[in-house]
Design a protein around this ligand. Structure first.
Ligand SMILES: C[S@@+](CC[C@H](N)C(=O)[O-])C[C@H]1O[C@@H](n2cnc3c(N)ncnc32)[C@H](O)[C@@H]1O
Length: 284
């Protein structure tokens, strides 16, 4: 008797990464996609630095096989879901409420505060729920849709006037995306140019940087600990106002003093041990 085969679904022929993007990804799968993407980005940066174009091409192919930036973003977005701890901007909202910048009722009488969200995956995260108080400008290397401008922060034109600057910059899980320590330092150095001058401040906590990193970047790195991070930030003109650690993330709010000491921070071994990582920020 002939066996009847069910016609294959279209998804059957799709590459695994494309399937994964649509399907529910387990925490383990999202972690693997994110880690592989970060590792390959680092390898790509090293290949490009050494001028090895053939190797860079091979690594680019591997990045695409892992789903590329699109699948990485989908995995990151799942990490923001309520069932996995929610998006990090809820911590920023808590702090802005504590400082009475966000009030019990939205205040439409004064001009909204301006926030630049670098690395924005969604227009619906917690910080987007106060549009009359906080006006959010969102940018990302790969826009996921309307309301998010596709732009590399490192290539964003410098503001022409203080009015074009921001009261808050959010850098949540973006600094660790930058593959090289010097690039991370360059990103932090650039932040001050986009923040309003403190003499125009509307709150003692603002202008400010909201910085979020995976906890192991600070708690388990050979080349960075919290003291070193805070020292580096002070030298760049940022004073710690608030901090919060969760099981996976560390959140900081730094107010901007308006001036940097231009002090360098080199790669220096702080501690060592099995299972530690090599996350590092270099200020040149
Ligand atoms: C892990 S996701 C983090 C998203 C979100 N901010 C969060 O906290 O979950 C990192 C995002 O940063 C973006 N990104 C990395 N470097 C960037 C840059 N130089 N300019 C703009 N976006 C950048 C990536 O495209 C990616 O979408």
């Amino acid at each position: 008797m002939a066996i009847k085969r069910r016609p294959k679904r279209l998804a059957h022929g799709r590459p695994p990464a494309a399937k994964r993007e649509k399907e529910h990804m387990s925490s383990k799968q999202t972690r693997t996609i994110i880690r592989t993407h970060h590792r390959l980005q680092k390898e790509l940066a090293a290949a490009l630095r050494s001028g090895d174009i053939r190797l860079a091409d091979e690594i680019n192919t591997k990045i695409e096989k892992n789903g590329g930036l699109k699948v990485y973003q989908a995995a990151s977005k799942l990490g923001q879901s309520k069932s996995r701890g929610g998006d990090s901007s809820k911590v920023l909202v808590e702090w802005l409420k504590k400082a009475e910048i966000i009030g019990a009722k939205e205040d439409a009488s004064s001009a909204p505060y301006r926030l630049l969200e670098v690395g924005a995956l969604s227009t619906e995260n917690e910080i987007s729920k106060y549009p009359r108080t906080i006006h959010v400008k969102r940018i990302d290397l790969n826009s996921q849709g309307p309301g998010i401008q596709q732009q590399d922060f490192m290539e964003r034109p410098l503001p022409a006037s203080d009015d074009d600057k921001f009261d808050i910059i959010s850098l949540s899980l973006v600094l660790n995306y930058v593959p090289e320590p010097v690039g991370r330092g360059e990103m932090l150095k650039r932040i001050g140019s986009f923040l309003r001058q403190p003499h125009n401040r509307r709150s003692s906590m603002l202008p400010a940087l909201f910085l979020v990193l995976p906890l192991p970047c600070v708690a388990n790195s050979r080349y960075l600990d919290e003291d070193a991070l805070l020292r580096m930030m002070r030298n760049l003109g940022f004073i710690l106002e608030e901090k919060k650690n969760t099981l996976k993330l560390c959140h900081y709010l730094f107010s901007w003093t308006g001036k940097s000491d231009n002090k360098r921070a080199q790669k220096k071994l702080i501690r060592d041990g099995p299972g530690m990582n090599n996350f590092c920020i270099v200020i040149e």
